[in-house]
Design a protein around this ligand. Structure first.
Ligand SMILES: NC(=O)c1ccc[n+]([C@@H]2O[C@H](COP(=O)([O-])OP(=O)(O)OC[C@H]3O[C@@H](n4cnc5c(N)ncnc54)[C@H](O)[C@@H]3O)[C@@H](O)[C@H]2O)c1
Length: 247
């Protein structure tokens, strides 16, 4: 029970990696505030069925009001934010620079990068007051490796890696550790948009011969939130079956 008595805010928690993280955090004793634009009923039911405490905030992470509400619940009604997991994101396909649209660029940067920035801006002050906190940002292998047709996505995730390092430097002295995960190919609803050929090509690149699972990422987030990870900050960990270390 590595999060016993602690409060976690987790975005993208209606499904996929965010939902798996919320369920695992609750199993590990956390009270969780879950955020998503989609209905959070399924995640709430899963956590409550296991006896956990969960508070849903249905809203957009681009909207500061969503964060105000989530942090208010965490600070005033629960035990104060210990963990912020910025998991929500979008992946527009066929988004090469030539032919790319202003709208797709802005939407991707606003959700994947500014959304996490807004979350940290809202949640870190409470961590600083208590002198303890953990932030885990979910970026992507696309932050470090070129992937066909993902220009706004790669830029947003590369920015998130850089932002992670910066925030880690700013608040390490005050007890806040900030780390980043670069998932490889993870079997979630996001990847239903991939063609079988794309999935097969990804798997050819992956030494561990399977897609990752939402639970693989949830377990890594919980590791970064655990007491044993208190000397790790500003780091980027690939959870990608070894794709990023291939020659
Ligand atoms: N699935 C993969 O292969 C893969 C690989 C690398 C990185 N990632 C990253 O992992 C994270 C989780 O993705 P996933 O695989 O669980 O995908 P997913 O599509 O299943 O889940 C993403 C969740 O984020 C939510 N979301 C999107 N925009 C939002 C917004 N503006 N405000 C609030 N919520 C919003 C969605 O509604 C959804 O529930 C994302 O940041 C994604 O970029 C995924």
């Amino acid at each position: 029970m590595v999060l016993e008595g602690k409060t976690a805010i987790i975005t993208g928690a209606a499904r996929g990696q965010g939902a798996a993280t919320a369920v695992l955090a609750a199993e590990e004793g956390a009270q969780v505030v879950v955020i998503d634009v989609l209905d959070l009923g399924d995640t709430v039911r899963r956590i409550e069925a296991a006896g956990g405490v969960v508070r849903p905030v249905q809203g957009d992470i681009r909207d500061a009001a969503t964060w105000d509400e989530a942090v208010r619940i965490a600070e005033k009604e629960l035990t104060g934010t210990y963990l912020l997991a910025n998991v929500a994101g979008v992946t527009p396909l066929d988004d090469s620079v030539v032919g790319g649209s202003d709208e797709t660029w802005q939407r991707t940067i606003d959700i994947n990068l500014k959304g996490a920035w807004l979350g940290m801006r809202a949640a870190i002050p409470g961590m600083l007051e208590r002198g303890v906190g953990r932030v885990v940002n979910v970026a992507s292998l696309a932050a470090s490796h070129g992937v066909d047709g993902l220009s706004s996505y790669s830029a947003s995730k590369g920015g998130l890696v850089a932002l992670t390092r910066q925030v880690a430097v700013d608040y390490g002295k005050q007890g806040v550790c900030v780390n980043c995960i670069n998932p490889g190919v993870i079997d979630t609803p996001m990847n239903e948009q991939n063609t079988p050929e794309m999935t097969e090509a990804f798997l050819q690149m992956t030494p561990v011969p399977r897609q990752g699972t939402a639970e693989d990422i949830a377990a890594t987030i919980l590791f970064f939130a655990s007491p044993g990870a208190g000397y790790i900050t500003g780091q980027v960990l690939g959870v990608d079956g070894g794709w990023s270390v291939r020659s």
